[in-house]
Design a protein around this ligand. Structure first.
Ligand SMILES: N[C@@H](CCC(=O)N[C@@H](CS)C(=O)NCC(=O)O)C(=O)O
Length: 291
């Protein structure tokens, strides 16, 4: 099984997680905590000497570039739908993957650092850095907008791994303050295409939780309308210790049977807040589930 090493909140890690979900790839997740610098540990650098996330290991094979991980996983997928085997179609996907890694990521990253990371670290964004980057970003956004005025997804009618790769550096576009209103085709693709993909939605919570804690909390309170309920059968709290005497009616008459106090409870998705949970007073706690 593919071992992946990443932190779900980083751009390139989120790209890989969304991509593996889209492709239906089975993998084993290893958390490398970016904020504690675990990607710089000697242990991790044995896997990835560049000290960056993500990385993937499949037996003897180690892959250290997010787009290369997507390509590898797609090549092992039973379908070529998301990474066509047809060489001309594949060349088109490849050129967007390379374009993203060589120019797009760097430009979007400036906005991510200034408007997302710095506020997180309680530092002021440097507007002169944005002003310097803006012409470059606009030039690149125009290229995407032009392409997306002709096609639904970057390479045609079908979503491919190139779409996820290009979307990832702008994954927090509102918080990054990327001026998408100037690029309506790009905005349509991002908001009505990418952000509607289940694989994208599943990977949003961890990003919000780590990088936009205020928004994550607000979303949680919006999500307070749970759509799943369950009945938990508590046992009534009685002074006398509960003993099992169900068939001895005399002894059983003043005790309560286990599960004689049903409570309807609402189940809400707390995954985006998982890090803030600890054991509660009834002894429940939330842990990562190893697959
Ligand atoms: N081209 C690499 C870039 C990987 C990369 O730079 N990852 C960032 C997080 S998105 C990182 O680990 N940076 C190291 C650091 O900030 O120390 C890829 O696509 O995997």
């Amino acid at each position: 099984m593919l071992e992946v090493y990443l932190d779900p909140c980083t751009v390139n890690s989120r790209k890989v997680l969304a991509g593996l979900d889209l492709l239906g790839t089975q993998y084993h997740f290893n958390h490398v905590d970016y904020f504690t610098g675990a990607h710089k540990s000697p242990e991790y650098k044995k896997i990835n000497p560049h000290a960056t996330v993500p990385s993937a290991v499949d037996g003897e094979c180690t892959i250290t570039e997010s787009n290369a991980i997507l390509q590898y996983a797609a090549d092992h997928s039973p379908t070529d739908r998301y990474y066509p085997k047809d060489l001309k179609k594949r060349a088109d996907v490849n050129r967007w993957l390379l374009w993203e890694g060589s120019v797009w990521f760097q430009s979007c990253y400036v906005y991510l650092v200034e408007y997302v990371v710095k506020p997180l670290l309680k530092t002021e964004p440097d507007e002169s850095v944005i002003a310097e980057q803006a012409p470059r970003w606009n030039q690149l956004a125009r290229i995407l907008d032009d392409q997306l005025s002709k096609t639904k997804w970057l390479t045609g009618d079908e979503v491919t791994i190139a779409d996820l790769a290009v979307a990832s550096p702008m994954h927090l576009h509102k918080a990054q303050r990327l001026p998408l209103d100037k690029y309506l085709n790009l905005k349509r693709w991002m908001v009505e295409g990418i952000e509607k993909l289940p694989c994208w939605q599943k990977t949003q919570g961890a990003v919000d939780q780590a990088l936009l804690p205020d928004r994550a909390a607000a979303n949680d309170s919006h999500q307070a309308k749970p759509d799943v309920h369950a009945t938990l059968n508590y046992t009534k709290d009685v002074e006398k210790l509960t003993e099992l005497h169900f068939y001895e009616t005399d002894k059983a008459k003043d005790i309560h049977e286990p599960g004689d106090d049903p409570h309807q409870i609402a189940i809400t998705d707390g995954w985006s807040r998982a890090k803030s949970f600890s054991g509660d007073k009834h002894g429940f706690s939330l842990h990562d589930f190893k697959t």
